[in-house]
Design a protein around this ligand. Structure first.
Ligand code: ZN
Length: 451
């Protein structure tokens, strides 16, 4: 049992002063009553989940910023380099990279990570002796980092919606639905080695990469979080429209309607009627504003989404930057640049930071099937504490604390982080930062030699 005393805390009913949070041995919040504290913090918030990560992509961050010979770089040229790069990765590499990514997520203020995991097989495409070898590597990383893991094994069946075979860069991802279900079962066994807050989900990669039949069958026969990329690229919208006779979101709403267990990643290319209808299903939009900006995807219609009552969450996707406050800032700034307005995602009269932060905390928990996102008894103790002594926070209270963190500062304000009660970041540093970083450096050195 641990008692945290917070000078100020964001509770479901609003800001409160001098709050004691008791964390039980099972990692949940058991009480908000006065008690002798074990640790005192300045500003205590629910720690959001990072709902969308491809951990391995972190190791190529910064390597795709050169313009290609054709004169116009795009998502598709980026993807070519990604395919070449991941041809080298071993399970040990994936563990080292994922552990580094998860340590950085915790240090940024995230308590949990949704790993959208599609790198399953050996180079050349043969399965490992243990079909779920790579899932074990991700789970081993989570064991090193202490992050709350929602593992989302990915079904990737085909190279395009016309059913074409996987390209050479995709053969490490491929499974038919039967082998995928066996792999998912193996991933479940790997997860059972982790603490009880670990969750197994399912991730059909995208409407391009799975058949309609497989998508429907997975939605019917699996339980738990259900994540899929949707409407990220204009090229993808065109491909689906010409094959299925409807835009991706229209087709999905008609054929395999999402509900609250779904998290749809990106949702960038939507018409207004699609945005409103998808928001009303209760599914979470898993937004990755930094990666979407990096890839030049386009701008999510956040204004219409929130006006339609949509739930949202954020993810670091390519992991080119892992920065919670920056992810929320980029989301808001993308809307401002498009609409030439300010405080665009705030409710009338309300704070932008508060609205975005609470939306990401509750929507993230929903997407990860974590009982979290609010500081209240019975919730997992996914908590982040900020440094209230930072100069820019002097004299600030309430929502101004969140607005200052998100729009004027960065994640160096993060001092303490608990993931389901595991106190993994102390004084701004992850407890295993040095060991994990050494492993990551060694991995990058090996990869640099091989590339
Ligand atoms: Zn993704």
């Amino acid at each position: 049992m641990t008692v945290i005393k917070a000078a100020t805390a964001l509770l479901p009913e609003g800001w409160a002063q001098d709050i004691c949070v008791t964390i039980g041995v099972d990692g949940t919040i058991t009480a908000l009553e006065p008690a002798p504290p074990d640790i005192a913090v300045d500003i205590l918030l629910p720690a959001p989940s990072n709902v969308h990560s491809h951990a391995f992509q972190r190791a190529m961050a910064g390597l795709t910023e050169t313009r290609g010979p054709s004169g116009r770089d795009s998502f598709w040229t980026w993807r070519q380099l990604m395919f070449r790069f991941l041809d080298r990765l071993t399970p040990a590499d994936v563990q080292a990279i994922a552990a580094q990514v998860q340590v950085e997520m915790l240090e940024a203020g995230y308590a949990a990570c949704g790993e959208f995991h599609y790198l399953h097989h050996q180079p050349g495409g043969s399965p490992y002796a243990n079909l779920a070898e790579m899932s074990h590597a991700i789970c081993a990383a989570a064991s090193d980092s202490g992050i709350g893991l929602t593992l989302l094994p990915v079904l990737y069946q085909q190279g395009g919606v016309d059913g074409r075979a996987l390209g050479p860069g995709q053969i490490r991802f491929g499974n038919d639905p039967d082998r995928f279900l066996a792999l998912r079962e193996g991933a479940g066994r790997a997860l059972s080695q982790l603490p009880d807050d670990a969750v197994l989900g399912t991730a059909p990669h995208s409407l391009r990469a799975v058949t309609a039949e497989a998508l429907n069958s997975l939605a019917e026969t699996t339980t738990g979080p259900f994540h899929m990329h949707l409407a990220e690229q204009v090229g993808e919208v065109e491909e689906i429209a010409s094959a299925y006779g409807a835009r991706p979101v229209e087709w999905l709403l008609d054929t395999c309607p999402p509900d609250r267990r779904w998290c749809l990643i990106h949702c960038t290319q939507m018409e207004p009627h699609e945005t409103a209808a998808l928001a009303q299903t209760g599914a979470v939009a898993g937004l990755c504003p930094i990666t979407e900006a990096s890839l030049g995807d386009g701008i999510f219609d956040g204004v219409r989404w929130l006006d339609s009552g949509g739930a949202l969450a954020v993810g670091s996707d390519s992991n080119i930057r892992i920065a919670l406050s920056e992810e929320l800032r980029q989301l808001e700034y993308s809307q401002r640049l498009r609409d030439r307005g300010r405080a665009v995602l705030a409710a009338p009269g309300g704070s932008t930071g508060r609205r975005l932060y609470e939306a990401a905390a509750t929507g993230g928990a929903q997407a990860m099937a974590r009982k979290a996102g609010r500081i209240a008894p019975g919730q997992l103790a996914d908590l982040v504490a900020l440094d209230g002594s930072a100069a820019d926070l002097t004299g600030r209270r309430g929502d101004a604390l969140l607005d200052t963190w998100i729009f004027a500062r960065d994640d160096r304000l993060v001092r303490e982080v608990w993931a389901a009660g595991r106190h993994m970041v102390r004084g701004g540093r992850h407890v295993a930062r040095d060991t994990v970083l050494a492993g990551y450096r060694a991995c990058l050195a090996r990869l640099a030699e091989a590339l």
